[in-house]
Design a protein around this ligand. Structure first.
Ligand code: ZN
Length: 302
């Protein structure tokens, strides 16, 4: 993002003076809540439910993930017109860090991952870190997602007190479903003879921690950066030595490296979806997670 855009945006915010205590849904004016990317959008949709007091939009279109996103001028307008923003936090939304800093000073941004039990970026087999001190992929674990949903409910209750009961009830119900989903995956994993996985990048560490999987290694330490020959060699050696059954590709990454490693080692390939992209519907997160559950069962129980 260029400096002039940042400056204009700053001026724009200064003039619009967004204040959580002033924004209200009265007089037919909806509160505009802008979420950063797909899973946060889906969580917020579920909390808002049938309420017509809040308008929820998503900054990044469903087909793009946050790791490689380039802001467009129309995105800047969306952000400028939003009363509040709900993001994941932990550095996932690095591409709008300047904007978030400005909005944060006005109390207009919720980092939905705040207060969650976090993993360091290096835990679960990854020594590198592409976002910050903590692994940012909290939403990929339904258990963590449920906590993010409750944070979102509380935030909406705060900015629109008249809808508080509805947001809390919707949030509790949806979070309950996510906890059950976590248990479902956990019981499938418990029945697997081999719980070890190798993933494309460190997106599944929270899911692994919360369901009993073990991430042995990742292929890409930095998204967008090809693994070196030495790193590739390290992974094929690990797979052979540990007799790892399967490696997992992701829909947001090219599967070239995964296929290459599979060809060389004979490991099976499955696809796990961290739900960073996809269909912007209320159900998509749960549907995708159940697909992940089925893929794990199919690939790892052989
Ligand atoms: Zn990632």
């Amino acid at each position: 993002m260029n400096k002039i855009n940042v400056f204009l945006l700053f001026v724009c915010f200064a003039l619009s003076s967004v204040n959580p205590h002033l924004a209200s849904a009265g007089e037919g004016k909806k509160i505009k809540v802008l979420t950063s990317f797909l899973p946060i959008y889906i969580f917020t949709l579920n909390v808002v439910g049938a309420s017509d007091r809040v308008e929820v939009d998503c900054l990044i279109p469903g087909e793009s993930g946050p790791h490689d996103y380039q802001m467009r001028p129309s995105d800047m307008r969306k952000v400028a017109h939003a009363d509040f923003m709900i993001i994941n936090g932990l550095g996932v939304e690095e591409f709008i860090s300047d904007i978030i800093a400005v909005k944060k000073r006005k109390g207009a941004v919720l980092e939905s991952a705040s207060g969650l039990p976090l993993l360091h970026a290096g835990e679960e087999g990854d020594d590198h870190d592409h976002h910050g001190d903590h692994n940012p992929h909290t939403w990929v674990s339904p258990r963590m997602a449920a906590m993010q949903v409750i944070n979102i409910s509380k935030f909406l209750a705060l900015i629109d007190p008249a809808g508080a009961d509805l947001y809390m009830a919707n949030g509790e119900r949806y979070a309950g479903r996510l906890h059950l989903l976590n248990e479902e995956i956990k019981s499938v994993v418990a029945g697997l003879p081999d719980k070890r996985i190798i993933t494309v990048h460190n997106a599944f560490d929270y899911l692994a921690r919360d369901t009993g999987l073990e991430v042995l290694s990742v292929i890409y330490h930095t998204p967008g950066e090809q693994p070196s020959a030495a790193e590739m060699g390290g992974i094929t050696t690990l797979i052979r030595k540990e007799k790892v059954k399967a490696i997992f590709s992701e829909p947001q990454f090219s599967d070239k490296m995964v296929n290459l490693i599979a060809k060389e080692t004979g490991a099976r390939v499955g696809m796990l979806d961290p739900v960073a992209t996809g269909e912007p519907s209320e159900w998509f997160y749960e549907v995708s997670m159940r697909k992940n559950r089925d893929v794990l069962k199919e690939i790892l129980s052989q």
